[in-house]
Ligand binder design. Structure first.
Ligand code: APR
Length: 275
């Protein structure tokens, strides 16, 4: 496909796109022009993409961390000292998945995943399953999944749909569910707790190192290593775009930031890209 412009390469692309919001149409046309130049895309998503489906974010008003201290429910120490509290917290979040549906932002990313000819990887920090339910395939959960259980003894992971906490659990009598791989009563929520290593970091870093375009959607940029991806992507020469309701802690690192609800920003961005 040629529009009469010189074939775009990474350097031309970054020069071709004047900085950010001043020239949105310029950016869009450069993207369209650049389709032949942009092959590989990495998309990072956070709690903001699921907010309009009715799932609380972490740090927003009424965020999850408003009602609970991170230390109480999202650390290995918390699981050791108060397993009932931790299991009750994740059992409630797992059960809540039955009451929500993917929104237009999830659907747009699933459409992009289905139609994008180049490499594409959706890296989500979210532990909900709304990306999958919208149909996304080229997807990985770097912080784990609510509908999965992890054996703290042997490391086995397996799908899990029901509460992990037996109904009448009291502190004293709590025994973790039994692992079918090693028989230990050591199953825990398959959530990457603070202080633990996220999943598939090598695969994420490889995808970012090959990315021509890095896009961040609905995340505050408050938690590493995800918050550092934009700088790695820039360093590797990728173009960077942020779609978020509010400016994030990492907005200064993006070539362009578009502010607004994901259910509006993401479908229009995907439409531009596929146009
Ligand atoms: N559309 C787009 N963005 C939104 C919307 C929306 N409808 N609603 C909220 N946002 C944005 C907010 O402006 C905020 O920047 O989503 C972001 C949510 O930020 P956090 O609550 O901090 O969630 P997240 O960035 O995903 O947290 C990262 O922290 O607590 C840990 O492991 C947890 O994965 C999580 C990580």
């Amino acid at each position: 496909m040629s529009c009469g412009c010189a074939p775009l390469n990474r350097a031309t692309l970054s020069i071709g796109i004047c900085d950010g919001p001043l020239f949105p149409s310029h950016f869009c046309s450069a993207i369209r022009h650049g389709v032949s130049g942009i092959g590989n895309i990495v998309i990072l998503t956070g709690a903001g993409i699921s907010a309009e489906s009715g799932l609380a974010t972490f740090r927003g008003p009424d965020g999850l961390w408003e009602g609970h201290r991170v230390e109480d429910v999202c650390t290995p120490e918390a699981l050791a000292s108060d397993p009932v509290m931790v299991h009750r917290f994740y059992d409630a979040r797992r059960a809540a998945l039955a009451d929500v549906e993917p929104n237009a932002a999830h659907a747009a990313l699933a459409q992009l995943d289905a139609q994008w000819p180049g490499e594409l990887l959706i890296v989500t920090q979210n532990v909900d399953d709304l990306h999958e339910r919208a149909g996304a395939k080229r997807l990985l959960h770097m912080h784990g999944e609510l509908r999965s259980a992890l054996c703290a003894a042997c490391g086995a992971r397996r799908p899990w749909e029901t509460p992990m906490l037996p109904a009448n659990s009291a502190q004293g009598g709590f025994a973790a569910p039994q692992c079918s791989a090693c028989d230990a009563h050591a199953l825990r929520p398959d959530i990457v707790f603070f202080g633990e290593m996220p999943y598939q970091m090598e695969r994420i870093e490889q995808a970012i190192s090959r990315a021509d375009l890095f896009v961040s959607i609905g995340t505050s940029g408050a938690v590493y290593p995800a918050a550092g991806f934009v700088r790695t992507a820039r360093y590797r020469g990728a173009r960077t775009l942020e779609l978020n309701l509010d400016p994030s802690e990492g907005s200064i690192f993006f070539d362009e930031t578009r502010l607004g609800p994901a259910s509006e920003l993401v479908p229009s961005w995907v439409e531009e890209l596929l146009a």
